[in-house]
Ligand binder design. Structure first.
Ligand SMILES: [Zn+2]
Length: 416
C-alpha cells in the first residue's frame, strides 16, 4: 500500500454557499467550520477574502483557531489568481496562511471569458505572478486551481502545473467545473498529472452527471498510484453550484468501505466519521435543504428495512443488509422533540426565558451583567440567522462572545 494519503478539503463554505438561491449566515459558516474540525477534516475552504461582507467572519475564524476553538482544520481562502486580488485578500485578512488561486485554463473559457484578450501563455504568466505575490504577502501554502481542467488540453495542463510548481505552488486543483469527466478519464488524467508533475493534486468534481463522488475517489486513486497525495474537495450533503459538489460522507465512506479502496488506499486517519451525523443535520438545517430520505449514510432510510426478507436478514445479522454500522456515523440516539411547554430565546426574547434556555444547557452566568450581555448577542444571532437558534450556536456565543459579535457584524458601504 502506498504511503500517500487521501485528505479532505471541504468547500461547503466556499462552493456550497455560492449555490444559487441558498446560503449560510456567517454564524452558521462558523459552526460548519467547528463541526468540520470536530470531525478531523484536513482543511476548510472557509470563504472569500476579497469580499467585503466576509472580512469580519474570516478574521474572527482565524482568531478562533488561534484560541484553540478550531484545532486541526486548516482554514483556507479562495480568490482569483490575480495579483490585485491577492494583495487585497491579505490586506483584508492579514493572518491568512493558506490560499487557493483560481484561473480558467480551458480554451473554451480562455476564449469564452477573455474574448481573445489572453493567450495560454498569458494565463500561465498571470498565475505565476499571483503565486509569487501570495508568498510575498505572507502565505505559507499556495494551491493553484485550474478552472475547467476537465476541458483543458492535457499537455497544456501539465505545462500549467509545472509552471505553478516552479513558482512555489504546493498543489494543483483539477476542477471538473462542469461535471464533465467520467471515472476512467478522471483516473487516467490525474495519474498522468501526478507522474509528470510530482505535485500533490486536489480533486474538484461537480455532480452535473451524477458522478462527482465516483470521479473524486477514482481521481484520488490516479493521483496516489502516480505517487502524490490526493486532496478530495467535498461539500456537506453535496451542496454546491448547480447540482453540487462531491458529498463529504460519500467520499470518505467510499474510501473506507468500498471493494476498490478498503484496505488498499489510506485516508487521513484523523477523520472521525461519528461526527458526520451532527454535521450533516446542522448543515441541512442551516441551508434549509432537507436530506433526501434515500441519501447514503445520513438519509432517513439509510438503515431502514421493511420487506420480509430484508428485515429478517438484518435482524439475524446486520451485515446481511448493512455495509457499515449506523453507530460509526454518530447515529442511533433518539431525537427528543418537545411536545409540551417550550421556552425559546431569540430576537425579541427577555432575560427570564433566556436564562431558562441556558440552564438547560448547564451554563450558568457569573452575574446579571454577563447574562444580559449574552442575551443581547443571542437576540442579534436570531436577527442574523432568522432561524430558531441551535444549542451549538448558543454554546458558541457563550464561549466566544467577542468573536460572535464580530462574526455577525457586517457594515454595508454606500458611496454617492
Ligand atoms: Zn466548484
Amino acid at each position: 500500500m502506498s504511503d500517500k494519503l487521501i485528505y479532505i478539503v471541504d468547500v461547503t463554505n466556499r462552493d456550497g454557499v455560492q449555490t444559487s438561491r441558498l446560503g449560510l449566515a456567517k454564524l452558521q459558516k462558523t459552526l460548519v467550520n467547528i463541526y468540520l474540525d470536530e470531525m478531523g477534516i484536513t482543511q476548510s475552504e472557509f470563504g472569500f477574502p476579497t469580499t467585503q461582507h466576509e472580512i469580519n467572519y474570516l478574521n474572527a475564524n482565524l482568531d478562533l483557531a488561534e484560541r484553540g476553538g478550531i484545532k486541526k482544520t486548516v482554514l483556507s481562502g479562495w480568490m482569483r489568481a490575480l495579483e490585485s486580488d491577492v494583495v487585497l485578500a491579505f490586506k483584508n485578512v492579514p493572518k491568512l496562511k493558506t490560499v487557493n488561486l483560481s484561473i480558467s485554463t480551458s480554451d473554451q473559457m480562455i476564449q469564452g471569458k477573455f474574448g481573445g484578450r489572453k493567450t495560454r501563455k498569458d494565463i500561465i504568466n498571470q498565475m505565476t505572478a499571483a503565486v509569487k505575490k501570495a508568498y510575498e504577502c505572507g502565505a505559507e501554502l499556495v494551491g493553484v486551481n485550474s478552472e475547467d481542467a476537465s476541458r483543458t488540453d492535457q499537455e497544456y495542463l501539465v505545462e500549467f502545473a509545472l509552471a505553478a510548481k516552479a513558482a512555489g505552488a504546493k498543489r494543483l486543483r483539477y476542477c471538473d467545473t462542469l461535471g464533465y469527466d467520467s471515472p476512467d478519464v478522471a483516473y487516467s488524467r490525474l495519474n498522468d498529472l501526478a507522474k509528470r508533475t510530482c505535485l500533490d493534486l486536489e480533486m474538484h468534481f461537480h455532480n452535473d452527471l451524477g458522478m462527482a463522488v465516483a470521479n473524486s475517489v477514482r481521481g484520488a486513486q490516479g493521483a496516489i498510484d502516480g505517487g502524490v497525495n490526493a486532496y478530495i474537495n467535498t461539500a456537506v450533503n453535496g451542496m454546491g453550484e448547480r447540482s453540487g459538489n462531491a458529498d463529504l460522507a460519500c467520499c470518505v465512506l467510499a474510501v473506507l468501505k468500498s471493494s476498490g479502496f478498503s484496505g488498499k488506499y489510506k485516508i487521513d486517519p484523523d477523520i472521525d466519521m461519528s461526527k458526520i451525523w451532527p454535521l450533516a443535520k446542522y448543515t441541512s438545517y442551516s441551508f434549509g435543504v432537507p436530506i433526501p430520505i434515500n441519501y447514503p449514510a445520513v438519509g432517513g432510510n439509510a438503515f431502514a428495512h421493511e420487506s420480509g426478507i430484508h428485515a429478517d436478514g438484518a435482524l439475524k445479522d446486520r451485515r446481511n443488509y448493512e455495509l457499515y454500522d449506523y453507530e460509526e456515523l454518530g447515529r442511533g440516539e433518539p431525537e427528543v422533540i418537545e411536545t409540551g411547554r417550550m421556552i425559546t430565546t431569540g430576537e425579541y426574547g427577555g432575560i427570564k426565558g433566556f436564562r431558562d434556555v441556558y440552564e438547560k444547557l448547564s451554563i450558568e452566568f457569573k452575574d446579571e451583567k454577563e447574562a444580559r450581555n449574552i442575551l443581547e448577542l443571542v437576540r442579534y444571532a436570531n436577527v442574523h440567522t432568522q432561524l430558531p437558534l441551535m444549542d451549538s450556536e448558543l454554546r458558541f456565543i457563550y464561549n466566544y462572545p467577542d468573536l460572535a459579535a464580530l462574526i455577525m457584524t457586517t457594515t454595508p458601504q454606500y458611496e454617492k
